[in-house]
Design a protein around this ligand. Structure first.
Ligand code: LLP
Length: 430
């Protein structure tokens, strides 16, 4: 199986960033998320390099929803990353990680009054999703005695080749304002005393393995940029969103790189803004393509069973990685302590959750398994831990970060005490 260069096989063991996954599993226990900081940084830098080689003003924002660990966000902040944030929680984490407020864009179609207030107080930019929200934000900024800098979220009405649950720019999607209504929205914003329109934003979907749709989105965005520039808006940035996919099937999926993305998209963007006579910053907000392949989820085989199929029952399920259950997503698996053995036997790798759909990896050819083996689920660094839950009252597992020769916890494992710590006893039960 093709592996990123941060994943290697030495003496039959899978290593991540030079660290033996089996030693890590022994030291920290399983299940365990392990992330290579160097890999995350490498992906970020490759985006910035590919874009800045073609356009002078570039900002790479990390889509914080993909991986909300502070240590990951801090590593990116140190390289100058901003963030696409989708909640007050993500906003607070991004600032705590050291990201500059002016590089944060608060997105979302359903912001609370408290979200708007926090955005205004912290001076982050807001991607406004409706005219109703525009007026609420104007009032919040007025109340705080300040001006809110905004972009409108454009719904470009683009079909994209991905799972329907993660296509966000369809005409029928809940996100954004229909592209034809966007110029009127900017006119309305001009009439708001505490709003300053400085940008324009879209995001067409996630796990898109073809760069062509991003070029089409860029075309729509520069066309709108021209219209709104003519109405007097001074565009400081155009944000094309995230969405570049990764090859979850390592040997067969296309593997578009930031370089492929930039080569396709930047010329369209550049020609478009030149035609408007403006030089706004080009913003992108990748999530998955920055962090997914940096991380493995290590899970121990509790038992094997030959029934209707051969099952490998492991200690991580959709409580820790919901993507297979939720989107029928495919993740490669490697038996981390038998990584050089022949793939002789077909197993379905199932989790410990009380649902038949708790399957991490169906019908995979693996070496002969026994209890105690450690399976590494690959590409788990985006929408992995971030979407985890405590279902079946299972405390969430720890996360370890490795960098060069060092390895350290970046999140301790929860305990059963953590499960009950937020629960209250109603007075009549006392
Ligand atoms: N910007 C906005 C406004 C977004 O909504 C998203 C993702 C991104 C950027 C980052 O997209 P990325 O580069 O990661 O594709 N849980 C799903 C993915 C949901 C994506 C939601 N929005 C999954 O596990 O596949």
């Amino acid at each position: 199986m093709r592996l990123g260069h941060h994943l290697t096989i030495q003496n039959g063991h899978l290593h991540i960033g030079g660290h033996d996954c089996i030693s890590l599993a022994r030291q920290y226990g399983t299940p365990l998320y392990v992330t290579s900081e160097d890999r995350v940084c490498e992906q970020f830098l490759s985006y910035r390099k590919a874009l800045s080689a073609r356009y002078p003003k570039v900002q790479v924002l990390f889509a914080a929803k993909a991986n909300g660990n502070l240590a990951v966000m801090r590593a990116l902040a140190r390289l100058g990353a901003g963030a696409d944030i989708f909640s007050s929680g993500e906003l607070t984490l991004a600032l705590a990680a050291g990201m500059a407020p002016e590089k944060l864009l608060f997105n979302g179609s359903s912001k609370t009054p408290a979200d708007l207030k926090l955005a205004v107080e912290k001076g982050v930019k807001v991607s406004v999703d409706s005219l109703d929200e525009l007026h609420q934000l104007d009032a919040a900024a007025r109340a705080a005695g300040t001006t809110a800098k905004i972009a409108f979220r454009v719904n470009p009405a683009l079909e994209v080749p991905t799972h329907p649950k993660i296509a966000t720019g369809l005409a029928t999607s809940k996100f954004g304002i229909p592209h034809r209504e966007i110029p009127a929205a900017y006119r309305e914003a001009l009439a708001c005393s505490n709003i300053l329109s400085v940008g324009i934003h879209c995001h067409i979907g996630s796990q898109i393995l073809d760069v062509e749709p991003f070029a089409r989105a860029a075309e729509v965005m520069v066309r709108i940029a021209k219209e709104i520039t003519e109405t007097g808006v001074n565009l400081e940035f155009i944000d094309l969103g995230g969405g570049l996919g990764i090859p979850y099937h390592h040997d067969t999926d296309p593997a578009p790189t930031p370089e492929d993305y930039a080569a396709k998209v930047v010329p369209v963007f550049k020609a478009g803004v030149e035609a408007c006579g403006i030089t706004p910053e080009l913003w992108v907000e990748p999530g998955r393509s920055l962090t997914a392949d940096s991380t493995v989820l290590l899970t121990r085989v509790n038992s094997t069973k030959a029934a209707h199929k051969r099952f490998a029952n492991v200690d991580a399920g959709f409580n820790l990685l919901i993507r297979p259950a939720m989107y029928d997503a495919y993740h490669e698996v490697i038996v981390a302590n038998k990584a050089d053995r022949p793939l002789t036997t077909e197993y379905t790798v199932t989790g410990p959750i009380c649902e038949s759909g708790d399957i991490l990896a169906p019908d995979r050819k693996l070496p002969q398994l026994e209890a105690g083996d450690i399976i590494a689920v690959l590409d788990a660094g985006a929408y992995g831990f971030a979407m985890s839950s405590q279902y079946n009252s299972r405390p969430r597992c720890p996360e370890v970060l490795v960098r060069g020769p060092d390895a350290a916890l970046m999140r301790r494992g929860e305990t059963v005490g953590d499960l009950t710590s937020t629960m209250e006893q109603p007075p009549w039960q006392r």
